[in-house]
Design a protein around this ligand. Sequence first.
Ligand SMILES: *Cc1c(COP(=O)(O)O)cnc(C)c1O
Length: 236
Amino acid sequence: MGSIGSNLQEVKRRIEAAAAAAGRGAESVTLLAVSKTFPAEAVRAAHAAGQRAFGENYVQEALAKIEALADLRRELEWHLIGPLQSNKTRPVAEAFDWVHSVDRLKIAERLAEQRPALLPPLQLTLQVNVSGEASKSGVAPVDVPALAHAVAALPKERVRLRGLMAIPEPAGDLAAQRVPHRRLHELLDALRAQGLALDTLSMGMSADLEAAVLEGATLVRIGSAVFGSRAPLASR
Ligand SMILES: *Cc1c(COP(=O)(O)O)cnc(C)c1O
């Protein structure tokens, strides 16, 4: 791996190539740098290289990092991409800009109640279980329309539903990787056809960025290709 700055350049090159292959402009894909397990200083280095949007999985770890980088708060956008328990919604509503992992109405309702009125609305995506694994979190595709309409009906000054997110099972080749991403895109199109104004498809990680962009991702969540490989959980 190179430096964070050169890794960011390489990831942007991959996004540009995939977007060009899909006949899209690279500016239609937002790069979310996933900084989980990496220290605040790594985020600072990425910021110095021009990166603005960062994704975190673990609420406590993220809050400490946001605090450590308070001097940059106006320039950074913080996205929660990991699971959210209902007893942790308040600090998330107060500290983050986006939550990608909404998978039940209760979580969205609590975020709407707890979002401070002085902040812009919290931007939300629904996490969808496109791979159908019982162990994975996310709402089942069949339940997406009802949840989407319910979340979209919450007070818009507090929470704004933007689209869908998925973490597909790893797949070997590009064709196999594209299948779940296409499924998520079709679910988004169906919601739009029902009148919901949604613009975000949060899909694609270091290993399947190309497949996701080819299938219409508007935001890719990239960790290891930017920051390097993560230490195993047990040694953190
Ligand atoms: C860790 C993580 C990523 C980034 O994964 P990489 O393979 O390191 O790019 C993206 N999305 C979610 C939800 C994650 O937990």
